[in-house]
Design a protein around this ligand. Sequence first.
Ligand code: ADP
Ligand code: MG
Length: 505
Amino acid sequence: MGEEILRVEHISKRFGGVVALDDVSLSIRKGETCCLVGENGSGKSTLIKIISGVYIPDEGDIYVNSHHYKKLTPIESIHEGIQVIYQDFSLFPNLTVAENIAINEQVASGKQLVNWKEIQDIAREGLAKINISLPLDAIVETLSTADRQLIAIAKALLAKGRIIIMDEPTTALTQKEIKALFKVINELKSQGISILFVSHKLSEVTEIADRTVILRNGKKVMDQDAKGLEIRTMEYYMTGREIDTSAITFAEVTPVTPPLLRVENLNLSHGFFNVSFELRQNEVLGITGLLGSGRTELALSLFGMLPADSGNIYIKGNRVEIKSPTDAVRHGIGYVPDDRITQGLFLDQSISNNIVVRVIEGFKTKAGLLDNRTKSEQASQWIRQLEIKTPSGELPVKSLSGGNQQRVVLAKWLASNPKILILNGPTVGVDVGSKAEIHELIRTLAKQGIGILLISDDIPELIQTCHRILLMRAGKIVGEFHQGEITEQQLYSELIAGALAESSR
Ligand code: ADP
Ligand code: MG
């Protein structure tokens, strides 16, 4: 590793009464990938903004390329070779790939580049720095997020970036695209470029980091060589408490016949082929696969939103038709979507109303109205049972954190007493602490007898909650793994094996 290129010392930053950063120091060497890790609100973005000259620190010193600053301006930061890849990538959606990459050059040189060939040459040079080729005349808004990110990186390199800062760069990427991004990062490292990679996805951090710095509540709580640093240790430092996987107890699954759910040769054109499996009472069955593997289509099919073309579904041995969500609900199936904001909740409505909404629908068809007292009693019971953190059930759902909103979605389904719950990405966008609590909740529900289908590509989540995990690839089930017989690392390799085979870059 090369010499030190950036150092910040004793940085503090307050916003009104909030201490966003408290005496934080950090240094980065040439060619080093430093991962800045922390839960939401821990101060990561604030630190980046100080390094890139967007915010002025209240206290502390900044040294870049051995130049000392009390504060940086954005221009000084760029002149020192600091480039930030923002989440929106700051691109011009209506311009071509080539124009977007070359535009800085044009501004910097002060000359008008009207020559398409010149623009293309510059763009090619930028993309060559990361060993990527993209269609130069494509309009940027037609490209995938991953490609737009690569354009932003190429631009940053052309602008003589020596320290590239990426703030949560993998948020909108598929697993395959993340792999491709990591390849680019390794390429940059080999050219002596330093990376400050901001993330709270720990499995990514273990893969890419040379050094890991963890922030908690604005304070630096860890700064060490990433080699041998375990996810569990990082979780401990991030949240201040240890998430102990060895202490996990899974529900007992007794092989009663017929099984709770049996799926036989289920097909959906362009979705999945000849899918067969069984789910038992008390069992958490994981279904994993990359984006496009058919896992989501399968989930939607079982809930009647994308009815299967052929095949059979049996519940407790009886063949059932599931052609609509109403059919699914009638057969005791609940579905918790991955996008709770648009599919799962009425955000402006009270927590209580959201919890009892399904029960009210049930009452309407049977006894008529559910009186207000019964409603709020039912809701309070679920708020207690699922430990939803709120001073009152009458507050709107939007006042809750992501993890607590997810519990409301769960409560809503549990209130209607399902036999089978399909959970699609139950902890997407939820912070580490709440994540562990939702996992505990999933295991508890299984102990109470519900059969759970967990659709997820979060490997630690699958390992920590599932009795069995089915792996899907190109619409087929290609593997089955049992709890205790597969490690996170092995499952990860299985998951990406197919993607690597088909990967074009
Ligand atoms: P992270 O990026 O780790 O999620 P941030 O750096 O965005 O964290 O935020 C750290 C803390 O500072 C949070 O409590 C946040 O609410 C607060 N904060 C960040 N930016 C501002 C701002 N411009 N005004 C007021 N508070 C802010
Ligand atoms: Mg942030």
